[in-house]
Write a protein that binds this ligand. Structure first.
Ligand code: G3H
Ligand code: 13P
Ligand code: ZN
Length: 330
């Protein structure tokens, strides 16, 4: 058993309390490799932002649990070396079973998500409660989910979203004892969050998505005053990166994300954790494609992963400063 404290990590308790009070959201960035992790830490140290490092099942399959756990340890030491001891959480993203959550808790994660949102309500309650009871013995915080996001959530996929029902939230939180709640108000996973039919087009032909359901968020906030709320699927899918990918040989079609102004607004509410993965994938792919197109003779991975890492850092800094408002809060 490795305690998260040995790795220099913290849980989400204090971080979320401060974020809800302060009207900002903590960035929850997924990582699968060294360059992503370095970029996240550099950006968060430079902007003095707390951060949640997220590991999905896909990331564990790709990179190995032991390696990821030790990378998180490295990240806490790297942040200190860069001159700022920012609070860092290692979080399991979309935990799919009690066993997966237990394995992560036993291996130094300071926070886990148990995603029972696709189960019938009572099963979601029972599973989430079981994870909370285990996690809390070790000071590990737990995120639950009510409502289903469209798109792929790790290996669970849903074609349509089901908004969170505000009438269920008090019962769910009190029965399970979760520390935070992910809700569905119109965000979804991936780079194609809405079909063109769900959007309107502006004068330049750009797809404009329907607004998030802030009315549902407000109702939930009224039912659970001050309780930490989480938004998944919150990439903005910057056109700059989509265009760059397509200019250099990619084929991304009908890509559309959540407008940054809406995330800025959500950050000022009880939403205190915002999950971003796809935007990092886009930034990295755009930069790698650019280098490949402009320097076809290049074959040193550092020569294309280096520029990709620099672009990622720039993007994360922008999120912390201009979107989530977490800059200066470490
Ligand atoms: O919620 C989904 C995240 O973007 C993780 O995706 O399972 O492909 O690593 P992944
Ligand atoms: P995006 O696909 O919008 O980046 O969402 C990521 C996420 O919710 C990870 O849990
Ligand atoms: Zn998610």
């Amino acid at each position: 058993m490795t305690s998260y404290k040995e790795l220099g990590l913290v849980n989400t308790k204090e971080m979320f309390a401060k974020a809800v009070k302060g009207g900002y959201a903590i960035p929850a960035y997924n990582f699968n490799n060294m360059e992503q992790l370095q970029a996240i830490i550099m950006a968060c140290v430079e902007t003095k932002s707390p951060v949640i490092l997220q590991v999905s099942k896909g990331a564990r399959d790709y990179a190995n649990m032991n390696i990821l756990r030790n990378m998180a340890r490295g990240a806490t030491e790297y942040a200190k070396e860069l001159g700022c001891e920012i609070p860092i959480v290692l979080h399991l993203d979309h935990g799919d079973s009690f066993e997966t959550c237990k394995e992560c808790i036993d291996n130094g994660f300071s926070s886990v998500m148990i995603d029972g949102s696709h189960f019938p309500y009572d099963e979601n309650v029972a599973l989430t409660k079981k994870v909370v009871e285990y996690a809390h013995q070790f000071g590990v915080t737990v995120e639950g989910e009510l409502g289903v996001l469209a798109g792929i959530e790790d290996e669970v996929s849903s074609a349509v979203s089901h908004y969170t029902q505000p009438s269920e939230v008090i019962d769910f939180v009190s029965k399970t004892g979760v520390d935070s709640l992910a809700i569905s108000i119109g965000t979804s996973h991936g780079a194609n969050k809405f079909t063109p039919e769900q959007c309107t087009r502006n004068a330049e032909g750009i797809l404009i998505p329907p607004p998030l359901r802030f009315d549902i968020l407000e109702e939930i906030e009224k039912k659970l005053p001050g309780f930490p709320i989480v938004l998944h699927g919150s990439s903005s899918v910057p056109m700059e990166y989509v265009n760059m990918i397509n200019e250099y040989g990619g084929k991304l079609k009908d890509s559309v994300g959540i407008p940054e102004e809406q995330l800025r607004l959500a950050s000022k509410s009880a939403v205190c954790k915002i999950n971003i993965d796809s935007d990092a994938r886009l930034a990295m792919t755009a930069m790698v494609r650019k280098v490949f197109a402009e320097k076809p003779g290049e074959f040193d991975p550092r020569k294309y992963l280096g520029p990709a890492r620099a672009e990622l850092k720039k993007m994360y800094m922008h999120k912390n400063i201009d979107v989530l408002g977490s800059a200066g809060q470490a």
